[in-house]
Design a protein around this ligand. Structure first.
Ligand code: C5P
Length: 409
């Protein structure tokens, strides 16, 4: 985070006071915070206190001609590494979802080419209102990242979801969004400059899936999404149009790809289907094998109904499904296999069972350090046999795989 520049849009809600702590916390992490206040926010925090804390001018007015001459709102929105909206009120979310641009905050949210993270905060009824939930779904679909809201006692005296996330949780979300391990830019060789995948479309799945138990609990796994992100970036660098279907990963997705955020395996399958046709599909996601068949639509309460018993239903195998499509099967389908023993035999059997073209097999047994580590040792299994690659960084694996895909298409 050190050295990052955060454009902080403060919306008009009682939680605006938390943004003062957020400014301090971000500065402690070495960030520069450039604050923007909406008209309504000025009713809750004063421009003077925000400016004094941030040590920066506070931007307030779209039609501030002096500032417009010094720094236009377009520039303001692009100079940042990340745009954060905290608190994001129901009104600001509606404006963002509807594409309004009638004041400085909404205009720069429209004009920015950077990732946007929102921390919604509002009364519980406003949060649960179908209009807000619809706007939330639209914003997520647009790739906007969301932290909170929390559940608890609210300033208005009610209880429920809608309370602003705590500053430390917003800082953690910002850290994730800035992507500490965003795949390093690849060094481009002459073949890369030639963009051999120009005009090609590749679908990449990545990260874990989350299968809900009730509205606040889920089943997931430790996939970080690092390898999938690196593959998407490498394909992009070779000129491909990449549809990046990602579960909730620990790292920010690479820039320059179409990000389709999903939660569950069912959503992932629907997103892959919607992204087709494609020339190739690379399924690097760690999809949960099972979902909870009897997920509750209200939070399960301790003690009231005794110990809950979860029933499971099998999730679709997205790799097997895409490999067996009759008409819209991509020309090349690549799967992954994380094995702990008999890596080549197991992965070869998996390739045949799922009917994909290639399997990238890796040994994740204890001591290899592959899970969550920087490096990977893989074997590429195709109809022609198994080819073991030397141990290398996940970025290098991604680059080599992307080059192989370019050769095959
Ligand atoms: O069967 P297994 O989970 O080991 O297979 C791993 C491969 O299958 C990966 O490429 C993974 O993305 C894919 N997969 C999938 N849908 C599932 C399970 C796995 O696409 N439900």
């Amino acid at each position: 985070m050190q050295g990052s520049r955060i454009l902080l849009v403060i919306g008009g809600g009682i939680a605006a006071f938390k943004s003062l702590t957020l400014i301090r916390d971000l500065q402690r992490e070495g960030c520069r915070v450039v604050p923007v206040l909406t008209r309504a926010a000025e009713e809750f925090v004063t421009p003077l206190s925000v400016a004094a804390l941030a040590g920066e001018d506070v931007h307030r007015d779209l039609f501030d001609l002096t500032r417009e001459a010094e720094m236009g709102h377009i520039q303001l929105s692009r100079d940042a590494d990340l745009v954060v909206v905290a608190p994001a009120t129901a009104d600001l979310m509606a404006k963002m979802a509807g594409g309004h641009a009638d004041d400085l905050a909404s205009t720069l949210l429209m004009a920015t080419d950077k990732r946007v993270l929102i921390a919604p905060a509002m009364n519980v009824r406003m949060w649960l209102h179908p209009a807000t939930q619809r706007n939330l779904a639209t914003l997520k679909q647009d790739g906007v990242l969301v932290v909170g809201p929390d559940e608890g006692d609210m300033a208005c005296g009610e209880f429920g979801p809608g309370r602003a996330a705590e500053p430390q949780d917003i800082v953690a979300a910002i850290r994730g969004a800035l992507g500490p391990a965003r795949p390093a830019p690849l060094r481009l060789g002459p073949e890369v400059a030639a963009k051999p995948l120009k005009g090609r479309h590749v679908v990449v799945t990545s990260g874990p899936t989350r299968e809900p138990i009730d509205p606040v609990r889920y089943i997931s796994n430790h996939s970080s999404g690092a390898q999938g992100s690196a593959i998407a970036a490498a394909l992009r660098d070779l000129g491909a149009r990449v549809s990046f279907v990602t579960g909730p990963a620990q790292f920010a997705p690479p820039e320059g790809v179409e990000v389709i955020p999903v939660q569950t395996a069912d959503e992932m399958q629907a997103a892959v289907e919607a992204a087709l046709p494609a020339d190739a599909a690379v399924m690097a996601a760690a999809v949960a094998d099972w979902k909870v068949a009897n997920a509750a639509d209200r939070k399960m309460k301790k003690g009231r109904d005794g110990m809950p018993v979860l029933e499971f239903a099998e999730n679709p195998d997205i790799l097997a499904w895409v490999s067996q499509l009759a008409e819209r099967r991509p020309q090349l389908v690549v799967g992954f296999a994380a094995e702990t023993n008999d890596v080549i035999a197991n992965a070869t059997a998996k390739r045949q069972r799922k009917r994909c073209d290639w399997i990238v097999a890796n040994d994740v047994s204890a001591g290899t350090g592959t899970f969550g580590g920087e490096d990977n040792t893989v074997t590429l299994i195709s109809a022609d046999g198994a080819e073991s690659w030397p141990r290398m960084g996940k970025d290098a694996v991604a680059r080599k795989l992307a080059e192989r895909i370019a050769e095959a298409l």
